[in-house]
Design a protein around this ligand. Structure first.
Ligand code: GLN
Length: 495
């Protein structure tokens, strides 16, 4: 790749927007550079399931025509981005990483896709993910694993693994993912990028393939905090087609970015840094980030989230219960795969579902169906919902003493492919610090806080905020980003 294409792809989304505005570069040029980068690197990374090159070039030319008329639509106009394959895209295959959706071409766009297109964004294609967003390593994809651009023998995290890897590998200037129990924040941490899970209800889920509807939320993965703010700005807001989307006005995220950390009260949960299984190198980087906040004039306060230890158990009841209901619609009749040769309707359902779903969705359908069945509902689902209330109260109490809660995103850096693939429980435990945010419906930001002292892999810092206080997370995240040296390019895919 020529140095100019290389330099172009190193720009942040916001800087690229500036260059497009000043006509120093055209959208067509940068789109071609991104497509070239995908061709050159993606056989190794495996971030893309579908590349929509022609459509991207046409969108880029339309953006350039607008720029020539002096009618650019805003920050995202002409900027190449990509989408987790969980968002419905009209006319473009959408699989959710599952065989059961093989051949499914949606007849309409998700609300967030409409919004990005209305903002002029160029869509490069659809990104790899764990099947139906179930997983923490992208290894549950029916279409092969995605690899971490920092070290190709490691996972990029999941379930939005393709989104994090594509952004880290400079294949796209930003991506959308979804986060039900950590699926934006964990892969962002593993790949050294910024991931934002907004408050439940901040972004429309219309046209997003449902996993666990009371937890699912859409958000951006990007290389900088400012890029992430620009993307969220474009997709946030009420949508009448998703009754859980909030009518609250959307804050001006970018205006709040440079507010600094001075005066912020940062809550450090006692239970988190002492958690069993937390890697010492990860803990060290997180503590250093906390110390950097103090240097910047923030105040650290100890808080307690005593119900954290029930988070995984509650999450792995509620999410499978809701999934078992959401996945009932894949029956071979309406979408995607249908097993031929069955002798009757029931047999067709059973054979299609047996062939179409991988092991993890099957495991969750069984667990979820069991947890919801008569006689067990009160013992499992209802109790898990009560834990949810207790968790929310923990946070409400913590936020009386602090403005953001800070801690690790994951207990370790990106683990190796295969390391946990045959042990579902070990995989579930990787989510210990991320699931409580979804259960309590809070916003959460994951941002790089350096490389692990011995493993040379990125470590993520997690910041959680009050409901709908994304502004404070962006402000706190940006302050740290400014303070720390930027990460180098991921070395795993350098020539
Ligand atoms: N790893 C978690 C799970 O497997 C979270 C997934 C997600 O956020 N979509 O359910």
């Amino acid at each position: 790749m020529s140095t100019t294409a290389r330099d172009l792809l190193d720009l942040s989304l916001v800087d690229l927007a500036g260059a497009l505005d000043a006509k120093r570069v055209s959208s067509r040029e940068v789109t071609d550079a991104a497509l070239g980068r995908i061709t050159a690197t993606d056989t190794r990374v495996g971030a893309f399931l579908t590349v929509t090159a022609e459509r991207a070039r046409a969108q880029a030319e339309a953006a350039d025509a607008r720029a020539a008329r002096g009618a650019r639509l805003g920050a995202l106009d002409g900027v190449p981005i990509a989408l987790k394959d969980i968002f419905l895209t009209k006319g473009v295959a959408t699989t959710a990483g599952s065989r059961i959706l093989e051949g499914f071409v949606p007849p309409y766009d998700a609300a967030v896709v409409e919004r990005l297109e209305a903002a002029g964004a160029v869509l490069l294609g659809k990104l790899n993910m764990d099947e139906f967003a179930m997983g923490s390593s992208n290894e549950n994809s029916a279409y092969g694993p995605c690899r971490n651009p920092w070290d190709l023998s490691r996972t990029p995290g999941g379930s939005s693994g393709g989104s994090a890897a594509a952004v880290a590998a400079r294949q796209a200037f930003g991506a959308l993912g979804t986060d039900t129990g950590g699926s934006i924040r964990e892969p962002a941490a593993f790949c050294g990028v910024v991931g934002m899970k907004p408050t439940y209800g901040r972004v429309s889920r219309y046209g997003v393939i449902a996993f666990a509807s009371s937890l699912d939320q859409v958000g951006p993965l990007a290389r900088t905090v400012g890029d992430s703010a620009a993307l969220l700005q474009a997709i946030a807001g009420r949508d009448d087609r998703d009754m859980t989307s909030s009518a609250r006005p959307v804050d001006d995220y970018r205006a709040a970015l440079e507010g600094g950390a001075k005066g912020l009260r940062i809550g450090v949960p006692r239970e988190w840094l002492e958690a069993e299984g937390l890697d010492a190198g990860v803990a060290r980087r997180v503590r250093e980030a906390l110390a950097a906040y103090e240097t910047m004039g923030a105040r650290l306060v100890e808080v307690s989230l005593p119900h954290t230890r029930y988070g995984i158990a509650a999450y792995y009841l509620i999410a499978p219960a809701e999934a078992s209901s959401n996945l009932a619609r894949y029956d071979g009749v309406r979408y995607g795969l249908r097993k031929p040769g069955a002798r009757g309707l029931k047999e067709m359902y059973a054979e299609t579902r047996d062939e179409g779903f991988g092991a993890e969705p099957k495991r969750r359908i069984m667990l979820g169906t069991y947890a919801l069945s008569a006689g067990y509902y009160d013992a499992y689902y209802l109790r898990a919902q009560k834990v949810r209330t207790l968790l929310r109260r923990d946070f409400d109490r913590a936020f009386e003493a602090c403005d953001v809660v800070a801690g690790p995103v994951a207990p370790t850096v990106a683990f190796r492919l295969g390391e946990k693939a045959s042990d579902p429980l070990a995989m579930y435990l990787a989510d210990v610090f991320t699931v409580t945010c979804n259960l309590a419906a809070l916003p959460g930001l994951s941002l790089p806080c350096g490389l692990h002292p011995t493993e040379a892999m990125p470590v993520g810092l997690q910041l959680l905020g009050r409901p709908f206080d994304e502004v404070t997370l962006f402000r706190a995240g940006r302050a740290l980003e400014r303070e720390l040296p930027p990460l180098p390019r991921p070395p795993g895919i350098e020539p």
